[in-house]
Design a binder for this molecule. Sequence first.
Ligand SMILES: Cc1ncc(COP(=O)(O)O)c(C=O)c1O
Length: 398
Amino acid sequence: MIRLSKRIERVEPSPTLAISARAKAMKARGIDIISFGAGEPDFETPEEVVEAGKAAMDAGKTRYTPASGIPELRAAVADDYERRGRNVDPDQVIMTVGGKQALYNATQVLFDPGDEVVIPAPYWVSYPAQLHLAGAIPKAITTDVSEDYKLRPQALRQALSGSSVRGLILCSPSNPTGSTYSEEELQELAAVLRDFPDVLVLYDAMYDRIYYDGEVAPDLVAVAPSLAGRVLTFNGFSKTYSMTGWRLGYAIGPSEVIAAMGILQSQSTSNATSFVQYAALEALALDDSVIAERRDAFRGRRDLIVAALCAIDGVSCPTPSGAFYVFPDFSSFVGEDGQFEDDLELTKYLLDEAEVAVVPGSAFGSPGGLRLSYAMDSKTITEGVERIKISLNALTDQ
Ligand SMILES: Cc1ncc(COP(=O)(O)O)c(C=O)c1O
């Protein structure tokens, strides 16, 4: 047997694989599964962006670019943030192969073995995996459904008080909950962070334009500029512009950290795909109405799914302000009080009985919840949640 590195052995396979393998097998047998599992918008990439990508290829933009990205795109990203009230120089921006690579580069250049990094749970699955790859130790802290799964200042203070805490990862709007910190809430967290000057903050804003209480979700550095020297902001094109397959993201941060990430990138992927970067210039130049139209569609679906889930006995579901996920609490169905040993068992039941695929909260460090993506048409949302309701009611009717 080939011996694999200890590094890769530290990374656990996704706990959702079993469910998605089962869902796929059922689909292959012709069963009409409704899947709430998708992590991507169901819209097409805007036509103008597709055309710009083709034009860039025709114009021969098919060669290596500078590792950190073409200068005009770094400048366009900086301008985009300037418009949001934040001062950003192009050398504080690095373009990466998806937002995921930006996070990967950051964890690799910032953390050493043994460093602890606080992540509020429910968290996005790649945070602990990437921290493990860097040898760092994820320190998950629980948040509560009654508080919209938001990290409270007191809990942050307590979590940071350990001497080896080196970082904090915040995701707003959040995958998996959709919760979004308001300016006031960010200010309160920033006030705590000021007492811990060595703590770095990774602020994942991948869904910031899919936000229902305004045009764009609040940005930590715009709200608390004094933190600018130790915050890295992550964003990208996948979610806002439905460009998941194009693989383009970016990070903004202190120029010395961005330069270090550039060195790492120059020795790994070299650069984000050349013509994709040119297409992204077009995406940034799009009229805001393109984003607004999609946001309005998502908002209608959010209202629909929250109301439908809340109508199921034993389920509570906060109304998220962003992203396209809901994270209802199903804890009354699992553990000592419930009919299922854990949320994985519940998920399997829903797949077999309701023919509906959802992701168990334990995948996100929050057992008892379920993540549902509503990146689908309203009719499918209504039918899928109805199926869940009927299958759960059948448990109590027995
Ligand atoms: C919270 C969060 N951050 C980052 C990413 C990375 O996005 P991408 O690599 O597609 O740009 C995702 C994608 O699912 C996400 O949900």
